[in-house]
Design a protein around this ligand. Structure first.
Ligand code: TYD
Ligand code: MG
Length: 454
């Protein structure tokens, strides 16, 4: 007998309770519980029937497992290959999250049109004619790309049993719903159930699946965190509406590094991969301006040179403002405190604004030195030569610290035609003679000041 009960789920972490709670005991989020109707016996009956009738599972010895059985397909999108850790693993399930309108559907439809495989694109959000219009905008025709507008999980699964695509794309997981769950589409139970079914499909057939997921106000993928635990890879597509650049970031990857980024430009005819981001992130300037420096950061394994800008002006109100775009505000406050204490700059009475050009958001500590140089340049109103790049971390006592992958950073700056790069003297083992670029090694912030303005 099927018995329906009401359960309460935390929207944030998926914790379930029998009564409504104001604060989630698991993730401590307030006011995150929603009511859902759960079919109790249905699940358990199905589960037991499956394991009785299905092939018996058995455990195998670790030694017996053949190495390298995971096969990867290289996708016709180098940025996507990069964030996936070198291609798409067969039978893997990848969740792509992002704000509405950022370009998730465009990214995956473009992939479906470019790839030389039988692709099934399930859309629960757009009609066939809307998808056609989008495909026309992208301007690629592909006979292997099939589209289906479907929101019923049962219909989808029965269709998948008949047809055998080589890649499945679901746009979006929130639109799929199953009859065996009483809660409305988009509810936590529905999303979890649909994901679990698609996971089973992917693992049993070896067909890779891409799921598009919406994100909520806080920037988390809508639905519980359990969704992120279930899938193999979680990618986040982000960007600023005012810029055309989009960043695809790995949040979790069972098959590779989780610190990779892919960069795209949104154009009238779809997304364009940007293989060499430094070239677009550094603007051509005719005259030298104060408060602008070029920093070299590393995201994943890729060095990126970009413009770090700062404006220092006298505080109008009693409390000076610190504003930062793309750089951690607390880190900026720390750097300003270091400058005040170690170099004696009166930044406590100044408003300080910092901006990373191109709408990029980076967390690499290697940006510190470039930010500090930009602040000093604006403070003094003295421009810094545009042929110098910066890459070092700054510690609390004003020491200039070593950063990772320094050789790659130096090579990238050299490749882009910079004449000098300022780094930490604690980055040991650099073969200075092998570079044409002049490498300035410093140990303290004061030395940077001396070199630039002394
Ligand atoms: P979309 O892929 O629909 O976003 P999501 O699926 O994440 O909600 O992206 C839609 C935006 O992208 C929309 O504002 C129009 C723009 N766009 C382009 O600029 N060029 C294009 O070729 C396409 C297809 C969309
Ligand atoms: Mg969409």
């Amino acid at each position: 007998m099927t018995k329906s009960t009401v359960k309460y789920f935390c929207k944030n972490c998926g914790y379930s309770a029998t009564k409504w709670l104001g604060k989630c005991p698991s993730c401590e989020e307030w006011n995150s519980f929603t009511e859902e109707i759960v079919n109790k016996t249905d699940h358990s009956k199905k589960l037991w029937n499956k394991s009785e009738s299905g092939t018996p599972t058995k455990a195998i010895q670790m030694q017996e497992i053949e190495k390298g059985s995971e096969t990867r397909t290289l996708l016709p999108d180098s940025e996507l290959n990069r964030v996936l850790g070198g291609g798409l693993v067969s039978g893997s399930i990848t969740l792509i999250g992002g704000e509405p309108g950022i370009g998730k559907s465009t990214l995956l439809l473009q992939l479906a049109l470019k790839i030389n495989q039988h692709v099934l694109y399930i859309s629960g959000e757009e009609s066939e004619s809307q998808l056609k219009m989008r495909a026309e905008r992208i301007g690629i025709t592909n006979q292997n790309c099939y589209v289906m507008c479907e929101t019923s999980l049962e219909n989808l699964i029965s269709f998948l049993q008949k047809s055998s695509p080589e890649l499945l794309i679901v746009d979006s997981v929130q639109t799929l719903s199953s009859d065996s769950i009483d809660s409305p589409p988009g509810s936590i139970s529905q999303i979890k159930y649909a994901t679990a079914e698609l996971l089973r499909f992917a693992k049993s057939t070896g067909i890779p699946v891409f799921l598009i997921g919406h994100i909520n106000k806080d920037g988390n993928i809508a639905g519980p965190k359990v969704l992120e635990h279930m899938v193999d890879t979680v990618l986040q597509f982000e960007g600023d509406r005012h810029y055309n650049y989009r960043i695809l970031r790995t949040l979790k990857n069972r098959f590779g590094s989780a610190s990779e980024i892919g960069i795209y430009e949104m154009r009238g005819d779809g997304l364009r991969e940007i293989e060499n981001p430094s070239e677009i992130l550094i603007s051509e300037r005719e005259e030298l301006l104060s408060g602008i420096t070029i920093s070299c950061a590393v995201e994943g394994i890729r060095p990126i040179l970009l413009e770090t800008q700062s404006l220092v002006s006298s505080a109008v109100y009693g409390t000076p403002q610190r504003t930062s775009n793309g750089f951690d505000l607390r880190r900026l406050s720390m750097l300003l405190a270091v400058l005040e204490k170690r170099c004696g700059f009166q930044l406590g009475v100044k408003d300080v604004f910092v901006n990373i050009a191109g709408g990029m958001k980076l967390e690499d500590p290697g940006l510190d030195l470039g930010i500090v140089a930009a602040v000093l340049s604006s403070y003094q109103n003295v421009p810094i030569n545009s042929h110098i790049a910066f890459s070092a971390e700054i510690g609390l006592s004003g020491e200039v610290r070593a950063v990772s992958r320094i050789e790659q950073r130096i090579s990238e700056a050299q490749k882009l035609g910079f004449k000098e790069i300022m780094i930490s003297k604690y980055n040991k083992g650099i073969d200075l003679k092998s570079y044409q670029i002049k490498i300035i090694q410093i140990g303290k912030v004061e030395e940077a000041f001396e070199y630039l303005f002394g």
